[in-house]
Design a protein around this ligand. Structure first.
Ligand SMILES: [Zn+2]
Ligand SMILES: [Zn+2]
Length: 400
């Protein structure tokens, strides 16, 4: 097998695995083929490997490698594998581009001022990509525990930025951190910390996408999309110039039909063309994947939800569809309470449990009940409209 097919195969395999691992575990993809493949890969394959590992460890190292301390260290190393691997592959591809594809364009194209293009469309997106990547990986996403110890932290200020809606967020303590969790925050099981406005734990970045890292994550996605789009175009452009202008390309290639012409050019001519071909294919495969991810992220900004909240809203939606969600409006002016229809007794009375803690609800204050029939009966207090939602993510307030 030639090196070309080997590289292509490895790229396709790794990109597919990355896509399955990254997207498959997100709540939006529950029940889809991506989620099933994720379960297969992460749960079954990883589980089998772990079992084998523990058995061998017991036999040869007396269980030292699978002790809690070693596993914690192993987990730490494993977390960094993907970001480091991404950085290495991305940088190597860029180096290839500047070594082979870009000089080819400079040599053959007489079209425009390529120095100007370099300073506008090539260098700034690359710098932005590296910058946002490092900031997204290394920034504190909004860890509560470390900040809460500081004396100047004002919990009421945090809670006024993130009020409880008593529908998907309630004033409850984190069972691990032992303090009141602000609305929209979540205890990340990977980081073992409560994080402000938690979206998801990103294994690509080995960090949480949350209140203070959302901006870097969005910038990173934007610049990555642009690089794949423009880089793909430039790789194609360099191949096109070869076919149209270069005198060294044999007639059997230039006279072939469209796709075959490019395929033969990539496969049978110079190493530079082979590199441009690989870069083009890589961009063609990765651009749709990353832009889809960016689209999803912007869509959740538009809806005013985080990835973490999507599952909560799905549950609320399920209750509404099954005609089980009610709102109790007390007569004495207390806050409204959301209830779940629990049972209908034979004598016709209906029992409710509170949405907040699933405890039985007793109506001793008086008031009236209304069934939530659709989305219009509820209010997503966290949705302030697309631009304000985006502003909140791009310019988080200093709360710590
Ligand atoms: Zn995390
Ligand atoms: Zn916590």
């Amino acid at each position: 097998m030639s090196t070309f097919y080997l590289i292509l195969g490895v790229i396709l395999l790794l990109s597919s695995i990355a896509l399955i691992v990254l997207l498959g575990d997100l709540p939006n993809y529950r029940g889809t083929i991506l989620h099933k493949l994720n379960q297969l890969l992460v749960d079954r394959v990883a589980h089998k490997i772990t079992l084998q590992f523990t058995t061998l460890d017991k036999r040869f190292f007396n269980g030292y490698l699978s002790s809690d301390e070693s596993l914690r260290r192993l987990g730490w190393i494993a977390g960094w594998i993907i970001p480091v691997f991404y950085l290495a592959v991305f940088s190597r591809c860029l180096a290839f581009f500047f070594q082979y594809t870009y000089p080819q364009i400079l040599k053959l194209s007489s079209e425009v001022n390529w120095t100007l293009r370099y300073w506008i469309f090539i260098l700034p997106p690359i710098l932005l990509n590296y910058g946002s990547f490092f900031l997204a990986v290394l920034s504190d996403p909004g860890y509560m525990l470390e900040s809460i110890d500081k004396e100047h932290v004002n919990i009421s200020k945090i809670q006024s930025e993130f009020p409880y809606d008593d529908l998907i967020f309630f004033k409850v303590d984190c069972s691990t951190c032992k303090f009141v969790k602000p609305a929209r925050s979540k205890h990340c099981s990977n980081c073992d910390k409560c994080v402000l406005m938690f979206d998801h734990h990103c294994i690509w970045l080995n960090n949480d996408v949350a209140y203070y890292t959302y901006r870097w994550f969005l910038l990173f996605l934007f610049s990555t999309c642009f690089i794949f789009l423009y880089g793909g175009y430039l790789s194609y452009y360099s191949l096109k110039l070869e076919i149209q202008i270069s005198k060294d390309i044999p007639k059997t290639i230039t006279a072939a039909p469209l796709l075959l012409k490019y395929w033969r050019l990539i496969k049978n001519t110079t190493f530079a063309n082979e590199i441009s071909g690989i870069l083009l294919l890589l961009c063609m495969f990765l651009f749709p994947a990353v832009s889809f991810f960016l689209g999803e992220t912007l869509w959740s900004v538009y809806l005013g939800v985080t990835t973490n909240e999507t599952a909560k809203w799905d549950y609320i939606n399920l209750l509404v569809q099954n005609e089980m969600l009610y709102e109790f409006i007390p007569r004495n002016g207390d806050a409204n309470v959301f209830l779940i229809l629990n049972t209908r007794l034979p004598n016709g009375t209906i029992q409710f449990i509170k949405l907040e803690d699933r405890k039985p609800f007793n109506n001793d204050t008086g008031g009236h009940l209304r069934r939530i029939k659709n989305w219009d009966d509820m209010n997503n207090v966290y949705d302030m409209g697309f631009w304000k939602n985006l502003h909140q993510r791009l310019f988080p307030k200093k709360l710590f």
